[in-house]
Design a protein around this ligand. Sequence first.
Ligand code: GDP
Length: 335
Amino acid sequence: MFDRRRQRRGTARPSSNPGELLPPATMPRPSRAPGGLGGLGLRARHSGLGARLRSIFGSGAEASAATWDGIEEALVAGDVGPTTTLEVVDGARTRYVKSGGRSADLARSALADEIRDRLSGAGVRGFELGPPPAVLLFIGVNGSGKTTTIAKLAARLQREGRTIALAAADTFRAAAIEQLRIWGEQLGMPVIAQRAGADPGAVAFDAVTAAESRGLDAVLIDTAGRLQNKTQLMAELGKIRRIVERRLPGQPRHVLLVLDATTGQNGLAQAEAFSQQAGVTGVILTKLDGTAKGGIAVAIADRLRLPIVFVGVGEGIEDLAPFDAGAYVEWLLAA
Ligand code: GDP
């Protein structure tokens, strides 16, 4: 199916009745958090980590061993993960001592600098689509926000004037094909799809062929998030990847792992499995607006050495922001 019906844009999520926009009232729109977080587009509540850190630093006294123990606990509670936490605290403490620091403020900035450097060290950089047609594979477990993220990124690229197609290579779920098709209709983009149960590799092949023959800038390919077991899933993703590689050398340019920030350390385990076996090039961290534990980004950057390229900050079509390490740290450590 190669569908190109143009519809109105700006929907928060696909309406089951194509062409009918959901009323704005159905979109959760928490008020934008104060504190200059525009860079991340975060309307999220603060991470909670900042409040804990403030209470640790609150006395304004010099950072003591107990201060650092408290920071360690706060980072673990904020989902930074035990191994990364130890390294972050060691690094921050060394910076603090080197700076001749004698105040809680200096300890806080040592911590912020340490986290920012670790995030940047994983290669966080501006997202570049690459020469056309760029092939983007999206992987991640069901429910992580994969389909919504594809639509958000497609809409973003479209706003920049790029021509985009979507491809439904999660042929194991009829609903996933339908969801992508509806998004395509609402965004006015072609959707390459076959019926449920078709070979996902064939859909990926068709997608690349269509993108090339129509001179599109990019094709965004959805993939399965769950099969009978993990080995089968990884084999399937590997197959799609190889088909794309053979069909168009140098592609897929991006293999983006979509990860739900609210799943915390479980998410990290998922990310490890995917990144080892599917050649992930970057992470999109979704639902940051719904978590009080944003520390998972630090763990991802540190453990997996994977850049976080975008963050999902709501259910709306525009709720996708390029990842910015500085803004992220400000949010994470805000009270
Ligand atoms: P998929 O199964 O991975 O394709 O997941 P979906 O794209 O269907 O998303 C699952 C749910 O997560 C939907 O209700 C989305 O609206 C929601 N979702 C996706 N991204 C975000 C986000 O950044 N923030 C919030 N709050 N919800 C999101």
